[in-house]
Design a protein around this ligand. Structure first.
Ligand SMILES: C[S@@+](CC[C@H](N)C(=O)[O-])C[C@H]1O[C@@H](n2cnc3c(N)ncnc32)[C@H](O)[C@@H]1O
Ligand SMILES: [Zn+2]
Length: 346
């Protein structure tokens, strides 16, 4: 059971293309919750209800396979691209300009891997993607999903969210539409939690990785809408749409400080007036995690998110106060803010 048509329509209405900012036209394909989203600049695939909003050579191939009705091949291709990313194959190919040789090499890799998938398919009940995915996935992924919910960082993140939940939902009645965006969601552990807390919410979890989306869909929640996107691009949501924006342990992965500033403006653009923004596990320059990625100091975060009147919480001292038995994973901050003032007009 996937996302129903009403929810799909609603989500496509909230979103736009991160590249041309145009509206989408949706074409549903037969089987396995697949389709194509068209805007004025591109055709994006939907596979297994996961919406891809990334422009890439393999995405074009995927769209072509979907158009030919080869949904399973399209799905396998994207799973393999996901794994190839982990194995740096595509990146190696990308170093060359995209020419006949590199394209041949990619097809060779995909062909070899598809053969493996075909063999798996012959062993499995037809169309049982979950089993195929279980087969293809590694122990590492499985144990990540198993452990994530019990990790210290999730427990502290969940506590902060829970404490703020009455404040987050205070302007809404239970029947009203409530839209949540879990930015750089991984498999979407927070998306899952929020979906359970606010069952009628439309929760969108967006990450660069299709594998994360599949993990989330199969192991966390099949009510959450998963999107594959690049957080360095525009956020694919129309103006003033969100009731809650959340990012956990992701902001430092943006390419540079300029992209972080751009992202902050994007967040402001997509949030509704009086809606809440929550960052969990913001990496601190001087923290025990050695400021992994593009980290900032507490003061820098405060000034970057100044427009949201942020409250900043030192997660380490929260852990010490509430969970003496939990061993901390490093020093990071939570930031809670609100979009005060008028809605954005372009
Ligand atoms: C440490 S994980 C956090 C995942 C999740 N929010 C959580 O707390 O469990 C960081 C995530 O950022 C994603 N990510 C990194 N760079 C990205 C980018 N440019 N666009 C979208 N997602 C990205 C990764 O794929 C990864 O899932
Ligand atoms: Zn477009």
């Amino acid at each position: 059971m996937g996302i129903n048509n009403r929810k799909k329509k609603e989500v496509f209405g909230i979103m736009f293309c991160p590249h041309c900012k145009g509206d989408f036209v949706y074409e549903r394909m037969n089987g396995l919750s697949s389709g194509i989203l068209r805007c004025s600049c591109y055709e994006y695939p939907i596979l297994d209800d996961v919406i891809f909003l990334i422009k890439r050579e393999d995405i074009l191939h995927t769209v072509n396979l979907i158009k030919q009705g080869k949904i399973f091949d399209a799905w396998t291709l994207q799973v393999e691209v996901g794994f190839s990313y982990t194995h740096r194959i595509i990146n190696r190919i990308k170093k060359y300009n995209w020419n006949f040789g590199s394209s041949l090499m990619m097809w060779l890799v995909i062909f070899l891997k598809r053969n493996r998938a075909r063999k798996l398919r012959s062993l499995l009940p037809k169309g049982n993607l979950k089993n195929i995915f279980d087969f293809l996935s590694t122990k590492k992924w499985g144990s990540y999903v198993m452990k994530r919910e019990k990790s210290a960082s999730f427990i502290i993140g969940k506590t902060i969210l829970k404490e703020n939940m009455p404040n987050i939902t205070k302007n809404k009645t239970i029947a009203e539409k409530f839209i949540v965006f879990d930015h750089m969601s991984g498999p979407g552990i927070y998306a899952k939690y929020i979906q359970e807390e606010i069952p009628n919410a439309t929760v969108i979890a967006a990450d660069q990785s299709f594998l994360n989306a599949l993990l989330g869909k199969y192991f966390f929640s099949n009510k959450v809408v998963y999107v594959c996107f690049d957080a360095n691009d525009a956020i694919p949501i129309k103006n003033n749409m969100l009731d809650l924006f959340i990012n956990s342990d992701g902001f430092h992965y943006l390419k540079n400080k300029k992209n972080q500033e751009y992202c902050k403006n994007e967040i402001q653009r997509i949030m509704m007036s009086n809606s809440k923004i929550i960052f969990l596990h913001l990496h601190v320059k001087s923290g025990k995690n050695k400021g992994e990625g593009i980290a900032r100091s507490k003061e820098e975060y405060k000034s970057l998110f100044n427009d949201f009147y942020p409250t900043i919480i030192d997660e380490q001292s929260e852990i010490n106060k509430k969970y003496k038995h939990i061993e901390s994973e490093g020093c990071s901050l939570s930031l809670i803010g609100e979009k005060i003032g008028e809605n954005f007009t372009s």
